[in-house]
Write a protein of this length. Sequence first.
Length: 87
Amino acid sequence: MPGWLMVLIALAMAIVIWRVGMASVRSFSNPGHGADAPDEPEDVDDLDVFLVCAECGTELKVSRLGVLQIPRHCGEKMQVAQGPSTR
């Protein structure tokens, strides 16, 4: 087999491997956005949804909800609550 043909085959294989690898990395870089994910964030301002830190009492009001990812505050996940706390 001529040397130039082996180089051409090696280049073609490298391109295919690179494209498959890049497609795999892209699919892992954005998890949670499948076919069942909403296209637009939902307005939940009228539901009075809050995220509350059990350690220090910090409250975050949720007004628009896309894919729910509970944030961490003081190292612990915040709890979902409806209505502000009455301290």
